[in-house]
Design a protein around this ligand. Structure first.
Ligand code: MG
Length: 182
């Protein structure tokens, strides 16, 4: 028989039978433009790695879409305010901010809430440059910032088959899921 005990009201305490797991999903997209000084794009940084490219993200912070999506996945899993609420892009303190600060803060909040990071799985959708030479460095950067073993962080690279903004090289898109455990 299914347990039909009503769930607690929103904002109430956790259900006594709540599982010892939480999942979180994070998503980010940044527009890519020709890098300064010819254009408005920043240096192209992704997962803490500087990518050699003509284009870079338009952003208030350093525009690291991979760090941003992992940050949001972790915050989502513990039902805390998202990256845009915690670090608003209207705040001059976050101008050109190194996004590792955001990710480390999300991991700190996860630990403070009593959760452990089981794994993080990211899909980066980017037409150019190729992600494969940089994946290991990106994994290592994320694992270090969230204090998790390297093999709990996975990154997959995809293209967008030359269609739509991402496929035309005008944006980078990242999807992340994470599992936390008690
Ligand atoms: Mg972002």
């Amino acid at each position: 028989m299914a347990d039909h005990t009503p769930s607690p009201a929103i904002g109430g305490p956790a259900h006594p039978k709540a599982p010892p797991f939480r999942v979180g999903h994070g998503y980010d997209l940044h527009r890519l433009e020709v890098q300064a000084p010819a254009g408005k794009g920043r240096p192209f940084i992704l997962g803490g790695v500087i990518l050699e490219h003509t284009h870079g993200p338009i952003s208030h912070s350093d525009g690291d879409a991979l760090y941003h999506a992992v940050t949001d996945a972790l915050l989502a899993a513990i039902s805390q305010p998202d990256i845009g609420q915690l670090f608003p892009d209207t705040d001059p303190r976050h101008e050109s901010q190194d996004s590792s600060i955001f990710l480390a803060e999300a991991a700190r909040r996860v630990a403070q809430a009593g959760w452990n990071i089981g794994n993080v799985d990211a899909t980066v959708i980017l037409e150019r440059p190729k992600l494969s030479p940089h994946k290991q460095a990106m994994r290592a950067n994320i694992a270090r910032l969230i204090a998790a073993p390297l093999d709990s962080v996975n990154i997959k690279g995809k293209t967008h088959e030359k269609v739509d903004a991402v496929g035309e090289g005008r944006a980078v898109e990242v999807h992340v899921v994470t599992l936390l455990w008690r």
